[in-house]
Ligand binder design. Sequence first.
Ligand SMILES: C[S@@+](CC[C@H](N)C(=O)[O-])C[C@H]1O[C@@H](n2cnc3c(N)ncnc32)[C@H](O)[C@@H]1O
Length: 289
Amino acid sequence: MTGASGGGDLQREPAGPGRTIPCVELPANAQRFSGFADLYDRVRPTPPPEAAEVLCAYVGRDRPDVVDLGSGTGLSTRWCADWAAHVVGVEPSDDMRAQAEQEARANVEYVRGWSDDSGLPDGSADVVLAVQALHWMDPAPTFGEVARVLRPGGAFVALDCDWPPVVGNAEAEAAWDHCRAAVRRHEAHVDTEVRRWAKEEHLARMAASGRFAVCREIALHHAEEGDADRFVDLLRSQGDYQTLRRAGIDDATLGLDEFVATVQRTLGRAPRPFWFTYRLRIGITPAAR
Ligand SMILES: C[S@@+](CC[C@H](N)C(=O)[O-])C[C@H]1O[C@@H](n2cnc3c(N)ncnc32)[C@H](O)[C@@H]1O
C-alpha cells in the first residue's frame, strides 16, 4: 500500500496564498479508498431522506448550498443534489473523483481538495457534510475549515451508518462481526500509516472545538433492498479489508471464505430489506450579529 511518503496522485500540494495550511498530511487515509471505486459505488447505501429535511430545517433554507467533504465516488454528493441548490464534492483521490464525475448532475461539481484545505470561498455554504468520512479527517483543522466555509447559522454534519445493516438474520450478522474481527486483528500487524478518529467521539470533539454554538446527535434509519451478494460486497467495500488484500493477505486468512459460505446459506438470493441506521452529529455555527 502506498503511504504518506509515496501517495502518487494523493501527494498534497503546498497550500496556496490565502489557503489554510494543513496541520497533518493524510494521504494514506485517502489512498485507502483508491482502487475499488466501482464496488463501493454499487453497494454502499445512501443516507435517509429525512436527514435532508432535518438539515434544511436547521439552516432555514428549502434548497441550501452544500459542500460534501470526502465525496468519494459521489454517492453522498448525488444524494445531496436531490435537495440542494448547488453541491460541491471535495475529494483528494483522483480515482474516486473520476468515478463520481461519470454521473454528471447540473447542480453538482467536484473539486480536488482536503477537509482542512478545500480551496472553497469563505461563507459559501449553508451545509457542510462528511458522509462516512469524518473519522479519516484531522478534527481541529477540519472544523476550522468548516467554520470558514459555512455561513452564520450554517450546519456541519457527520453522517455515519452502523455496520452491519440489520438484515433480520442473526447468523449472518454474527458472521459479519466474526470476519470483521479477523480483519481488524490482521490490520494491527500491517503498517498502513493510516490515522483515524473514533466516530463515537465526533460530537465531543465538535463541542470542544469551540466552532459551533450548538451540537447534538440524532439517529435516523431507512431500508434498502439487499441479498447475500450485497451483504458480502458491503464487507468487501470496507477500506481495511481492501488494504489487507492489496497487502497480499488472502480471503481464507481474513475469514472471508467462511463468511461468504454462511451468508449465502442464510440470506440466499431473494431480496430482503437491509435497514441502515445513520448517526448524524450536527454542529450549528453561531448566527450573524
Ligand atoms: C468512506 S469514503 C466516503 C465517500 C462518500 N462520502 C460516501 O458517502 O460514499 C471516505 C472518503 O474520504 C476521503 N478522504 C479521506 N481523508 C480525507 C481528507 N482529509 N479530506 C477529504 N477527503 C478525505 C477518501 O478519499 C474517501 O473518498
